[in-house]
Design a protein around this ligand. Structure first.
Ligand SMILES: Nc1ncnc2c1ncn2[C@@H]1O[C@H](COP(=O)(O)OP(=O)(O)OP(=O)(O)O)[C@@H](O)[C@H]1O
Length: 541
């Protein structure tokens, strides 16, 4: 209750000074006034907003407290179940349970610590978007390396992206999957929102595609397959990405792919274009565009590829982004569902095999027109040698929503003949199509180099102990703060070294089967030689 009072304090309504006018005066007819004038009883809009914000804050906080208790219980149950199945000695069981409790205590301590940008040392910039930047950073207290995404609040507000940014934080916190970039924590200060994520040093698919020009069908099958699993995992949680593109497909140290950048989609505003405009001949093989300009000359596959590559990065960093992978129903703002992500998959698959996306044009607006008019613009260049199955799958993804594969679930796509023989549940354990070169934890060779300008380096004026007193939260971004259990690392848990030693006995064969089936080879290796791998690997959901 005390805490509730404190929260209410944050949103305390301004009390009106009592004036004689608020007193109930007898009415002229002698009856006591039963009604006060409307403007004295009805709270102002600002007050209503504050009340609503306070309500949202309190409800969210309680919900999170309950969720966190529930998760703690689940972690304990999961461990107990695993221990029971593993036939581990009683002493070992006790050690592991003690370990979990210690980790929980450390996690709770971490929860109480208000995190801020000055808990991290900012290092090399690895990405730049319309709303901010991404750079690797080192947590000062632990030395761990993460990727820090920093988004400018004012820019998010100006572009009406507040709901999107909340959706991104919610999805990352909620969906716990191998195919989704892991979020460790999120916080804010008065100017920025921050997401602290796992650093995926393999670079992004855009960079890989620019280096390789085209992929073989086997290589493409691996990445398209992993993208299918990633899309499926977010759809299972009822999220739609809407903006899946190679820049948002990141590669981990082993070359496996993870989906990132949720919610910050920037569809081109095509609302001023009528559907009839799209039906006018404006292809570069046609005579004139609808805007009267001469159509671009017809290019060979090689010429088109070079043209695309010259423009690609510029498009990626432009404020509107590239529309090349956006589904027609999203562009037309007709109302759309999860199927739009399967369209994007089709466009990415086309690019992997042909070298550039299917509706690429010199002007983004012209690309939009081609997408909406896909029936006449979807063509495979003669020079590109695609198997019949590959063409068939692309055509079944780049089509009307009703006919689109995936509309009735990811299994429809998985069952397509192009994927014949793929072992879906082993894909993330397989050797990747390309293993990125990564020399150490700070290696950024798989990313483009970004020039640092003075205002890009995070300022230290907002750091220091006094930052806790700054008004870091505002109603627009309430509830943004989050911490994942996995932010707690073994060596931070007091007394863990001793417990580890105790449970560092040689592994019994029975225990082997208890490795978390989903975890990748790296985490398996880390767990070798101890029973610690029995601990719940994931915190949330
Ligand atoms: N966790 C990560 N690990 C490694 N690189 C990352 C990570 N997150 C982002 N990046 C890099 O930063 C780039 C931009 O990231 P992201 O797309 O999330 O930012 P954004 O500001 O939302 O960009 P956009 O304008 O595309 O929406 C990515 O293409 C990728 O190269």
């Amino acid at each position: 209750m005390e805490t509730a009072k404190r929260w209410f304090g944050k949103f305390r309504l301004k009390e009106k000074p009592k004036t004689s006018s608020t007193k109930k005066e007898p009415r002229p007819n002698g009856k006591e006034g039963s009604k006060t004038p409307l403007n004295e009883e009805t709270p102002s809009n600002a007050t209503k907003q504050k009340v609503a914000a306070a309500k949202e804050y309190i409800e969210k906080h309680y919900k999170e407290q309950m969720k966190s208790l529930q998760e703690r219980r689940e972690r304990r149950n999961m461990l107990e179940k695993k221990l029971a199945d593993a036939q581990v000695s009683e002493e070992e069981q006790n050690n592991l349970l003690k370990y979990l409790e210690k980790k929980e205590t450390e996690y709770m301590r971490r929860q109480r610590h208000k995190m801020g940008a000055d808990d991290f040392e900012p290092l090399t910039m690895i990405g730049k978007g319309a709303f901010g930047e991404v750079r690797i950073c080192r947590e000062k207290s632990t030395g761990h390396v993460y990727a820090m995404k920093k988004l400018k609040k004012s820019e998010m507000l100006r572009r009406g992206q507040v709901e999107h940014v909340k959706a991104e934080r919610n999805l990352l916190a909620e969906v716990d999957s191998n195919c989704i970039v892991k979020l460790y924590c999120s916080f804010q200060d008065e100017e920025y929102l921050y997401l602290i994520m796992e650093y995926l040093p393999g670079g992004d698919m855009m960079t890989l595609l620019m280096r390789k020009d085209t992929l073989t069908e086997d290589e493409a099958r691996f990445y398209v397959g992993e993208t299918v699993l990633a899309i499926e995992s977010i759809h299972k949680h009822n999220y739609i990405h809407r903006d899946i593109k190679p820049d948002n497909l990141l590669l981990d140290r082993n070359g496996h792919m993870k989906l990132s950048d949720f919610g910050l989609c920037k569809p081109l505003d095509c609302s001023n274009i009528q559907e009839k405009d799209f039906s006018l001949g404006n292809s570069y093989s046609g005579a004139l565009q609808s805007n009267g300009r001469p159509a671009a000359p017809k290019r060979t596959q090689q010429e088109q590829l070079q043209h695309w590559q010259r423009n690609r990065r510029m498009l990626a960093y432009s404020t509107v982004g590239t529309p090349d992978y956006i589904a027609p129903e999203v562009l037309l703002k007709k109302g759309y569902g999860m199927e739009c992500d399967w369209w994007s998959l089709g466009a990415i698959m086309y690019e992997m095999l042909v070298g550039y996306p299917p509706f690429y044009s010199d002007e983004p607006m012209s690309t939009c027109r081609k997408i909406v008019n896909w029936r006449i613009h979807l063509k495979f260049p003669e020079e590109a040698k695609l198997s019949l199955e590959a063409k068939d799958l692309i055509c079944k993804l780049l089509c009307n929503v009703e006919q689109r594969l995936g509309t009735r679930g990811a299994d429809e796509i998985k069952a397509h003949p192009w994927f014949k023989g793929i072992e879906w549940n082993k894909l993330y354990q397989m050797k990747a199509a390309f293993i990125p070169e990564v020399n150490d934890e700070l290696d950024t060779q798989n990313f483009e180099k970004f020039e640092e300008t003075d205002n890009q380096v995070p300022s230290s004026t907002k750091s220091g102990p006094w930052r806790k007193m700054l008004p870091s939260k505002d109603a627009n971004f309430m509830g943004y703060t989050y911490k994942n259990f996995e932010i707690v690392n073994d060596h931070e848990v007091p007394g863990i070294a001793e417990l580890k030693k105790k449970s560092n006995k040689p592994k019994r064969p029975t225990v082997k089967s208890l490795f978390n089936e989903e975890s990748n080879s790296t985490s398996n290796q880390q767990a070798q030689g101890s029973f610690l791998h029995l601990l719940p690997p994931k915190l949330d959901t």
